[in-house]
Design a protein around this ligand. Structure first.
Ligand code: BTN
Length: 256
């Protein structure tokens, strides 16, 4: 694959492409350990044999049909306590990209906390963000992004979709990648504008301010998502209390 990205200032200018890799995030980590890759360097693989997801899960997709890449960002101006803002920023940019790929206003594209992207209640994209820290600042971040594009089948027990399944049409992965880079770069310039980022994130947050069912502590509960705190924990209002929740402590019951 030969991709020249001329539409951005820095994201994707240095693009390292592999037919197959265990994981683009792992490769990016190795690269950072032994060199000083340029800000915005991208590791792109057509296929991953050990793709990693959030919370120790795997990210399994069909060879050559989807976006699987990692972007190395210089995040040295960002305080550790702001790290969830970066998470929000990337989720907003990936959501915007998916919306553009679909090019169909009737599709609802939402962000499911912390950073899954859903179309019609099904997952179309996932983000794995890995930061290295220096004192009270981040140093650099590896932004691993998987977006399902032309895959037309998923295992039955997985609640997943792709742009192909949503619009019945194949998309050019290279064009999608460029749109993704442009959107991430645009959002990156807003990094110090926390209020703007929070507003955008809440605008598209799945189940925000709605009373919905969840599984929490092995019980089905009805609760309302009222926000996310600075540590990135989900804040839910339940039983007249506000509870801060970590990933894996809560399971969404998705009603389609
Ligand atoms: C999730 O669990 O939702 C996050 C999935 C992230 C997958 C991407 S694919 C490219 C990059 N390399 C990896 O090993 N994982 C991320």
């Amino acid at each position: 694959m030969n991709i020249i990205v001329s539409e951005t200032q820095f994201i994707g200018k240095n693009l390292i492409f592999f037919k197959t890799l265990p994981s683009t995030n792992d490769f990016a980590k190795e690269l950072i350990a032994k060199s000083k890759p340029k800000n915005g360097s991208v590791i792109l693989a057509e296929n991953q044999t050990n793709g990693r997801g959030q919370a120790g899960n795997n990210w399994l997709v069909e060879n050559g049909k989807n976006i699987t890449c990692s972007i190395i960002l210089d995040t040295s101006g960002i305080e550790v306590k702001q790290q969830f803002i970066l998470n929000m920023l990337i989720a907003i940019a990936v959501r915007q990209s998916v919306l553009e790929f679909l090019d169909d206003n009737s599709k609802k594209v939402m962000i499911k906390w912390p950073n899954d992207i859903l179309v019609n209640h099904k997952k179309i994209a996932g983000i794995l963000l890995e930061n290295s820290l220096q004192g009270k600042y981040l140093q650099n971040s590896i932004i691993g992004i998987g977006i399902n594009i032309n895959q037309n089948k998923f295992e039955k027990n997985i609640n997943a979709t792709s742009t192909y399944l949503e619009i019945n049409k194949e998309c050019d992965v290279t064009i999608c990648l460029k749109k993704l880079f442009i959107n991430i770069e645009k959002m990156y310039y807003h990094i110090q504008n926390e209020q703007y980022i929070k507003n955008e994130y809440y605008k598209y947050l799945y189940n925000y301010n709605e009373l919905k069912k969840y599984i929490y502590n092995n019980n089905t509960i009805e609760a309302k998502i009222i926000g996310v705190n600075d540590f990135g924990q989900l804040l839910i209002e339940y039983d007249n209390k506000v509870i801060a929740i970590n990933q894996k402590e809560i399971q969404y019951i998705i009603e389609k």
